[in-house]
Design a protein around this ligand. Sequence first.
Ligand SMILES: Nc1cc(-c2ccc3ccn(Cc4ccc(CN5CCCC5)cc4)c3c2)n[nH]1
Length: 249
Amino acid sequence: MRIDVVTIFPAYLEPLGLSLIGTARRAGLLDIRVHDLRDHTHDRHRTVDDSPFGGGAGMVMKPEPWAAALDAVVASAPAAGAVPHLIVPGPGGVPFTQALARSLATEPWLAFACGRYEGIDERVYEHASARMPVTVVSLGDYVLGGGEVAVLAIVEAVARLLPGVIGNADSLVEESHEDGLLEYPVYTRPASWVDGAVVRDVPPVLLSGDHAAIAAWRHEQRVRRTAARRPDLLARTATVSGLGDLDVA
Ligand SMILES: Nc1cc(-c2ccc3ccn(Cc4ccc(CN5CCCC5)cc4)c3c2)n[nH]1
């Protein structure tokens, strides 16, 4: 997969050189290119922002640098006529979900536009939409300072779904949220942990070797945890099976 990121803070994307993503890049599974929006300005101060028409606090990102930067990305197409799917993080976007991550993971070329200040001049979306598919994506109902953190999250969620990126594909099987339930609690050694004055034991079922009992216990934990933390998810799925009224912790 080819990924282009346009930002005024290229250093913000350095974590894409670490761990899972860094390994995938060095293995040639990911071709990630980060571009500085200011390289597409022509004034001495490399200006990318200006005051908002209509008034209001803060600044808005100017259209010309963005149009030049996005056109340069398209011009660097790996194959004639190929265009990227442009993802623009924004608080007013469609929710970023595991389903959207799975869909994006099937695409050959993604581009990300990282806004800052109070956002990007709306005409940039019009300019881009005339050249490539554009999707505005929200990480959640809170306001970040810009798009870079969202891009790190989206790239990680998408990249880990690509074949070969995660060593053990089995861990992709039991993904949380996939069937509308949160994940079950996990444990590892020691089976009995002396935590100061308290002894904390792993639930015995997990040491029993009874795989049917373990699966049942894990499912019940997922339902209880979802009922406690995400009742909205339960409303969406008829997953609750005969647990009566849950006295969730
Ligand atoms: N899921 C999620 C994504 C983001 C996100 C993504 C990109 C940018 C670029 C700039 N900002 C800051 C920011 C501050 C205020 C407003 C609200 N305004 C109301 C009227 C004018 C503006 C919008 C935007 C971003 C925020 N936040 N949360």
